[in-house]
Design a protein. Structure first.
Length: 376
């Protein structure tokens, strides 16, 4: 029963996120390994996820503790990784990417080995379960921290204060980008640029992307603002298309509230759903917008120098075309059958060729290049 409850919980609860990793775990990672604050948060998040999957192996070992070891060991070592991957599949709604599978399989197997090693001591095994549950629950808050939530709301209010004067189309995208990052720059003095840039991206992802980005962070926006936000969002375009502006900002926002891998997985999953009957079709154009948003968020928040450099480049006139390369020739509107036969599916040769072309174009995009060398 405990194993079933935990499997359902880990299949439904959002993953621990880097921005909400507990401060104690971040401090330990910084002190013991000498990592930077962002790297320490990433390490803490991976460890918390690993604990969640390892607990599946421990609980399964507890369930079969009365079996002979020669039967229990192979059963637990085989079933634990399968359950861990299945929990991710259910959680995401699509099969996890390679790195996520590797993490879940490895940590579930480690948990299984730990459980098997302690099978003769029910007390020790129970203590291990309680300890792992306690650490995971304590550290796996899915909320964006209070300071970031407040900063994003302040930034959003600043942007929306002049919503009626924002022009439509790509020009509106550019005006809102400059407005949010000018506000971030004003709030950077003495505190560094990474945090206010995160707030700016999170605010724009909710306003121009999708309000459900805020729900992913368990920080939903005021329902009274949704209608006004929707009217503004529908007027804004990127390369002349409203859908690309939304793809860009949703992906950028998911990097802030989750991580790059989760943002990419969600984008791929959305396109695969579009390829099914009744959908708009798989679009490599949408995928390029997703990847551009992910790269922009990384370039704008990667470190203090890059974050400050991005503020300067935006203030000096960077526009949306600098963030999303030319779309010409990229296939879209692809049905599921065509995607499988012509492109070979996600891992097919045709898909690889188009993705390589997207990578080449993104590498030439001025706004997505490293800004570490930009100075006042």
């Amino acid at each position: 029963m405990l194993l079933l409850a935990w499997f359902l919980a880990i299949s439904c609860l959002p993953d621990p996120r880097p921005l909400s990793a507990p401060d104690w775990s971040v401090r330990i990672a910084q002190a013991s390994i000498g990592l930077s604050e962002p790297a320490a948060r990433a390490v803490s998040t991976i460890l918390l996820r690993g604990i969640g999957f390892a607990l599946i192996g421990v609980l399964l070992s507890l369930l079969v503790r009365h079996w002979r070891l020669r039967w229990a060991a192979p059963a637990v070592l085989l079933a634990s990784p399968l359950l861990a991957v299945a929990s991710q599949w259910i959680n995401f709604g699509y099969f996890p990417i390679r790195g996520q599978v590797q993490l879940s399989v490895a940590t579930a197997a480690i948990g299984a080995l730990m459980g098997l090693a302690l099978r003769r001591s029910t007390l020790a095994l129970g203590a291990l379960v309680v300890l792992a549950l306690g650490i995971f629950v304590w550290g796996s808050s899915s909320n964006v921290c209070d300071d970031l939530d407040a900063a994003a709301r302040f930034t959003g209010n600043h942007v929306l204060a002049s919503a009626g004067d924002i022009p439509a189309g790509d020009n509106g995208f550019d005006v809102l980008l400059r407005s949010a990052f000018a506000f971030a720059e004003d709030n950077s003095h003495g505190t560094g640029a990474v945090f206010p840039n995160r707030a700016a991206i999170l605010a724009l992802s909710v306003i121009l992307g999708e309000e459900r980005v805020a729900e992913v962070a368990r920080r939903p926006i005021d329902p009274g603002r949704i209608a006004a936000v929707g009217r503004l969002r529908n007027r804004i375009t990127m390369r002349g298309r409203n859908d690309l502006a939304r793809h860009f900002w949703v992906s950028a926002g998911l990097v802030i509230v989750a991580d790059e891998g989760r943002a990419m997985t969600i984008g791929i999953g959305k396109e695969l759903m579009d390829a099914t009957p009744g959908g708009s079709g798989f679009s490599f154009v949408d995928m390029m917008a997703n990847r551009a948003g992910i790269m922009f968020a990384g370039a704008a928040t990667g470190n203090a120098t890059a974050a400050r450099g991005m503020q300067l480049r935006i203030s000096r006139g960077m526009v949306s075309n600098d963030l999303l390369p030319d779309l010409q020739g990229l296939p879209e509107g692809i049905s599921d059958a065509r995607f499988r036969t012509e492109f070979g599916g996600l891992r097919g040769e045709g898909t690889r060729r188009v993705n390589d072309e997207i990578t080449r174009r993104l590498a030439t995009s001025q706004g997505l290049r490293s800004t570490s060398g930009v100075h006042d």
